[in-house]
Design a binder for this molecule. Structure first.
Ligand code: GTP
Ligand code: MG
Length: 196
C-alpha cells in the first residue's frame, strides 16, 4: 500500500466516537514520548500528519488516519507518563483499554519503545495482552539514532532474547524517524496485516 497518501480522519475521546468498526485497523501504542506520532509521520512521509511534541502526553485522543478505504492507522495516547493529572490518566487509560479490548477491526499492534529504555512493565503488559488476544505485534525500538551502531545491536539482541523467554515469537526491529531506520520493515509488516 502507498502510505504516503494517508489522510487524517478523526480524533475521538473514546471508542463510541469512532467511525464504524469495519475494515482493518493497525494501532501504534507505547509509552508517552516513545515516538509513536513521529513514526506515523515517517511512514507516511508527512511532516505533521500526527502531532508530535517534546512534552510527553501530546497525543491525548484516539487519532485515526486512512491509508485507503477500510484501511486505517491509529495513533493511540501514550501510557506511563507520571506528570499528568490522575483524572486525565484514568480517562486515557480507559479509552486505550476499551479500544484494545473492543475494537474488532484491530488486526495488528505496533508497540514502540525507546531503545534506551525498552520493555518496561506497561510495555510487557501491552504485548502479553496482544499475544493473549491473538493480535499480531511488531515491536519497534525507537530513536535508534541515539545509540552508536554497536550499542544499538546489542540492545536489540538483549530485547529479542528477553522477549523470546517470556512472550514467544514477537518480531522486534530497530527504528529511527530521524535516520529513517526500520521504515521498510514497518511497511512490509503493515502490508501483511492489511492484506490478511
Ligand atoms: P505521546 O503522544 O506523548 O504519547 O508521544 P509520542 O510517542 O507520539 O512521541 P512523539 O512522536 O511526539 O516524539 C516524542 C519526542 O521524541 C519528540 O521530541 C520527537 O522529536 C522525538 N523523537 C521521535 N522519534 C525520534 C527518533 O527517531 N530519533 C530522535 N532522536 N528523536 C525522536
Ligand atoms: Mg503522540
Amino acid at each position: 500500500w502507498n502510505y504516503h497518501i494517508t489522510r487524517f480522519v478523526t480524533s475521538a475521546p473514546d471508542i463510541r466516537h469512532l467511525p464504524p468498526d469495519t475494515g482493518t485497523e493497525v494501532a501504534f501504542a507505547g509509552r508517552s514520548n516513545a515516538g509513536k506520532s513521529s513514526a506515523l509521520n515517517t511512514l507516511t512521509n508527512q511532516k505533521s500528519l500526527a502531532r508530535t511534541s517534546k512534552t510527553p502526553g501530546r497525543t491525548q485522543l484516539i487519532n485515526l488516519f486512512e491509508v485507503t478505504e477500510g484501511k486505517r492507522l491509529v495513533d493511540l495516547p501514550g501510557y506511563g507518563y507520571a506528570e499528568v493529572p490522575e483524572e486525565m490518566k484514568l480517562k486515557w487509560q480507559r479509552a486505550l483499554g476499551e479500544y484494545l479490548e473492543k475494537r474488532a477491526c484491530l488486526r495488528g499492534l505496533v508497540v514502540l519503545m525507546d531503545i534506551r529504555h525498552p520493555m518496561k512493565d506497561l510495555d510487557q503488559q501491552m504485548i502479553e495482552w496482544a499475544v493473549d488476544s491473538k493480535i499480531p505485534v511488531l515491536v519497534l525500538l525507537t530513536k535508534a539514532d541515539k545509540l552508536a551502531s554497536g550499542a544499538r545491536k546489542s540492545q536489540l539482541n538483549k530485547v529479542r532474547e528477553a522477549a523470546l523467554a517470556f512472550m514467544g515469537d514477537v518480531q522486534i526491529e530497530m527504528f529511527s524517524s530521524l535516520k529513517k531506520i526500520g521504515v521498510d520493515q514497518l511497511r512490509v509488516k503493515l502490508d501483511s496485516w492489511f492484506e490478511a
